[in-house]
Design a protein around this ligand. Sequence first.
Ligand SMILES: Cc1cc2nc3c(=O)[nH]c(=O)nc-3n(C[C@H](O)[C@H](O)[C@H](O)COP(=O)(O)O)c2cc1C
Length: 176
Amino acid sequence: MNVLDAIKIRRSIRSFERRSLPPEVIQSIEDAILHSPSGSNAQESHFVIVQDPDQIRRIKRFAQGLSGDPAAVVVLCTNKEEALARGGLDTAEVLRFVNLGIAAAYILLTASSLEVGSCPARSFHQKAIKEILGLPEGIEPELLISLGYSNQPPRPKSSKPVREVISYDQYGKEKP
Ligand SMILES: Cc1cc2nc3c(=O)[nH]c(=O)nc-3n(C[C@H](O)[C@H](O)[C@H](O)COP(=O)(O)O)c2cc1C
């Protein structure tokens, strides 16, 4: 599947089949993470791919934004100190979140291209998730992405009108 098709079919999936993901899918998620760009190539983010059902159950207890029973959860973490050391102040203050967002998009689209459903979730108890994963000091969980096979047909996407989102040449100008 090409990238634009993967973009167009992706929707947030909140209900999953009870089916685990084959190792090739996890390998592809790993590839997506490792090929994701970062400012100054700082690569300060850390990712925990959770497939152990007990560990997923523990995470779900402290993540109200995580719906359904996903086969895997990717926990996307920032590392402010490493960001500062490897990329400087702008990376520590801003780019570490931009970098994490790009990595999230890579993960979502890789899943989509393999017809695996996903949903980002920011609603979770950061301290509890940090403890469950045994994250060291300075490594903070910022976003969860659930992964699994959807058990419901995708709903159509509702988007704002294009002119409210995209301008050409100057703010507010329509396509020439
Ligand atoms: C940064 C971010 C955080 C999100 N957090 C949650 C969440 O905590 N719970 C949830 O159900 N959905 C969450 N979502 C999913 C959004 O609700 C969803 O992307 C949005 O409604 C658009 O739908 P779509 O993803 O199907 O296009 C989040 C999405 C993003 C990008």
